[in-house]
Every structure is written in structure tokens, then in C-alpha cells.
Design a protein around this ligand. Sequence first.
Ligand code: GLU
Length: 303
Amino acid sequence: MKLRKTTASAAVVLAVALSATACGGKSGTAGDKPGGETDKSKLPTYDVAKDVKIDSPVIAKAKKRGKLIIGAKADQPYLGFQDQSTKEYSGFDIEIAKMVAADLGFSAKQVKFETVDSGARETAVAKGDVDLMIGTYTINDERKKQVDFAGPYYHAGAALLVREDEKKIKGPDTVRGKKVCSIVGSTPLQNIKKPKYGAKVTELAKYSDCVKQLLDEQVDAVTTDDAILKGYAADNPKKLKVLTETFSDEPYGIGLKKGDKALREAVTDALENHQDNQDYRKAYEATLGKSGSDYQTPPKLER
Ligand code: GLU
């Protein structure tokens, strides 16, 4: 595994927290001001392509129903988050979904988001319950047996979230005997279960449940992708912090029906188009960039 070091900016995190307080909070995740605040005024708008022809059974079906169904996350502030009062989804992955949908010929109103937990993604795509899965979805060989991926469009790495006053846990080498929470069906869960870490692992279905257990002192740490954890830390700056060391590679892809080559190509083209025209960067800065994850040039798309 490659080690990747990241630096969190405490100043940015604090500034985000203060502005989030000023704007008022949202509900749906554990914490003071949960949900992440998208800077809506800075979000790009995406031109919807007309007369799109893609030789894909998935797209044919979506056109017939008049909606593209996209599997998303609901409990990842700044990435994929559903406001429980308005039911609206927001975050970087949600913007990726909207920009890709636009190039496939679907307006934001024609996108229907469905929350899919990490452990249910392959089945949701394979069964056709969702047309695309866009939610911190790491590309790996095991998953490729059941789904295809377009991407990668972002690069994350597993990290640790601990309480602000934590002194003993300093990184993955110091979790021996500690209670660490992670998510069923996620790659960081598999990673932290390795005997070399010696952690006592709690497995839950939702990120918000792990974070709640951390705040309630039922567990000592939460592990998953740094991008997800930074969102929670940004929403709870007085109570939580992300340790800077990352200890896995998590390239994010868009999950789609295995064997649907035309769809994979069209989604890859869409990602490339919106990276080239700077929508990707603008969307990043209005969402995930506000949680303390600095902008990174997107990884090379696999063709
Ligand atoms: N990216 C990791 C995964 O795909 C963790 C985040 C998640 O659960 O979505 O398993």
C-alpha cells in the first residue's frame, strides 16, 4: 500500500465552522452543525446535452422513465449529504452526478437520487435499482467482478477520526487494543481488520452512527476515507480531529452495469469534459474544498 500524507488546515476548518454557524445548521448527522455547507452561489450550472445517442440499455430505460436514478450517499457532509428537512442532496459527489447526468441528456430535475449504503452498492447497480452509483466508491478488483467503473475522478485515502482531546492515538500504528468503528462493506473496514493493527473493530451501516459512537465515547476512533472524515471534523471542530496520516489508496469511480461499454465511455467522456471546462474544480471548491481538503488535480481517467 502506498502511503500518502495529507495536511489538514485548522484555520480553514475553523473558518468553515464559523460560517456554518452563521448560516444555521442542518439535521441528519451527529454533531453541532452537521451537513456541510455548500456555497450555492459558486456552484456551476451544467448545460444539458440534446439528442444524445448512447447505445446503452440502462440509458434507454432511463429515457423511457424520464429519470436517471443515481445511487448516492446521504450522511457524508460536503460529499453526499441529504438534508432531512428539505430532502435535498448536496456535496461534491452530488455535483459529479449532476454534471455527468447533464452530458447524458438529463437535467438536474430529471435526476432521482437514491441513498445506498456502502455494503449495498454492487447489488444496487447489478440489479438495476440504480443506473449509476456515485458515492465515495473505491474502484477495486473485487468490486469489478460485479460492476464496471468509470474514473477515477478523485483520490482519497483511509485516515482516522478521533476526539479532539485524544492523546494516545496518533496514527494507524497506535490503534492496538483501541475500539475503532468503520462501515460494513467499505474498504477501510477491511483494512483496519488486518491483524497488524490489532484494533477492536465495531462495524456499523452508517457513517453518522460511527461518529455518534465516537462523540459518545463508545469507540475511540472512526476510520474511513480522509475526505469523509474531514467533513465530520469540519462540522464538529471543537470535538473531533482527523489525523494527518493516510494508510490506503481509495480511487473513486462511478459504478455502472457490468458490460455496458457505451455507458462507461459516455460517463468517462462526461468526466473529462467537465474537468477540462473547470466545472469539476468549481464544484470541488464550493463543496468538499470547504471542509479542509485542498484541491487536487484529478487523477488520469482510465479508458
Ligand atoms: N471509499 C471507501 C469504499 O468504497 C469508503 C467510503 C465508503 O464507504 O463509501 O468502501
